[in-house]
Design a protein around this ligand. Sequence first.
Ligand code: ASP
Length: 338
Amino acid sequence: MKTAEGTIIQLPKVKILATGGTIAGSALLKTQMSEYKAGAIGIQTLLDAVPQVKDHADVSGEQICQISSNNITDGIWLQIAKKVNAIFNNGEAEGIVITHGTDTLEETAYFLNLVIKSTNPVVLVGAMRPATAISADGPINLLNAVRLAGNPLAKNKGVLIAMNDEINGARDATKTNTSHVNTFRAPELGYMGYINNGEAFFYNASLRKHTLSSEFVVNDLDKLPYVEIIYGHANDSRILVDAAVEAGVRGIIYAGMGNGSIHEKAEEGLIAAQKKGVVIVRSSRCGNGTVKGGQVKYSKENFLTGDSLSPQKARILLSLALTKTNKLDEIQRMFNEY
Ligand code: ASP
């Protein structure tokens, strides 16, 4: 690119992979914030709405799918992971932006955080208001995400989430509000950084393993081991546990009460499932804190613990762990490290 003074500057190559979501959402009226079709608008139209991205990066886009992210599948995750790994391997881009619905954005981010073999920035971005809305947040979020993906400061931080001028890490961030634009937060461990006037400032990084230091490789896989989440509650039973076993599940995340406590009726089912070889991981529905060892009655039953991962992220780690091993102590090590 040529500056106003005539100096030639080399812009970073940033590839945008588009998957749909509210950032590509279209409503009949500008005032409709929740009644719209997610994923209706293609990548080129999204880019045309933010021509300023071209001042910061040599951008190209590719449509991977056009869905509302509540419909994401393992198949799409594997497709994205292979694509991202190939782009970096072939030197096609220095950074990648993935436009995504916010409902499962944190899950896609954490999956990629564990399977991308590069230190180059991968930034997930979405929006809470459809592209057609008054004060749509998508265009500024997309511009910031492209700038972040081309920024060497964003290297080796794991997969990032950039929305609402905040930078979050894939492991710890979660969607915390159904409709507000400041929905992504890591309530206890905090933001990784801020974006101020388009410029990124970092303060924190995760010490947990990711990307290049991760042992998980999916390039040769066409499906992932089947893991379900079962949500603990008052008056719980073993019905869903038995159904999951019947359906051929290889692992169960029990989103337990408090510190990973299990209703005694569900526990009977989980003990039986464990004896049949199903890996059981206790996590918590609290949304904060850790589930560690220390409850002897559960460790005696060979139930593992999910650390500070939310149930939906523990499901991803357990599924990837099962691509490598069935050994319980190895799987527990992974929960302690990732
Ligand atoms: N249902 C939408 C999705 O996840 C919500 C959003 O993008 O904000 O695709």
